[in-house]
Unconditional design. Structure first.
Length: 166
């Protein structure tokens, strides 16, 4: 059986900088082995959904801005760096970078958390289009959308960690 320490060490970063989700999932037990992406995702997602609105907001705020200052300074988590690079966000023209910066600022001011989207399979134009569409949402609608995107990111990360999943 996997230990709590090993479980948290392995899955504590699946929800960006939020190991409390893996801790609570393990404590809620039992941990079903063999571990699969679907099984671990179901456990982690149940905890995320049961978290208080403030805790879920904290998870959203743990995510970096897309093509933001953390990306430029090389301070992204390894998962975020790979995800953003895969979408071409590490190769923006100065004009594209300026547009992302502008949208990031407007979005955070309006909603109080960064724009979050599961970028796997998307290009920078797809992301920019979603950004421009979602910025018109109201806060409740965007909170629901952002939390769904966080869950999708978690599943994608788990699928790369546990490829034997269903």
């Amino acid at each position: 059986m996997v230990s709590r320490e090993d479980f948290v060490s392995r899955f504590g970063g699946v929800f960006e900088h939020s190991p409390f989700i893996a801790e609570r999932a393990y404590d809620a037990g039992p941990v079903i082995e063999p571990l699969t992406a679907a099984g671990v995702h179901a456990s982690l997602t149940a905890i995320f959904r049961a978290a208080s609105p403030q805790e879920r907001l904290g998870v959203l705020n743990a995510h970096p801005d897309l093509a933001g200052r953390l990306a430029i300074s090389g301070e992204l988590t390894e998962d975020s760096r790979k995800e953003q690079a895969g979408a071409g966000l590490d190769r923006l023209s100065p004009a594209e970078y300026a547009r992302f910066t502008e949208l990031n600022s407007i979005y955070v001011e309006k909603f109080g958390f960064p724009f979050i989207i599961a970028v796997k399979g998307l290009g920078k134009d797809d992301i920019l289009s979603a950004f421009e569409t979602r910025i018109g949402n109201d806060r409740h609608e965007e909170f629901v959308t952002a939390t769904a995107q966080v869950e999708r990111i978690a599943l994608l990360r788990l699928t790369s960690m546990l490829p034997e999943a269903e």
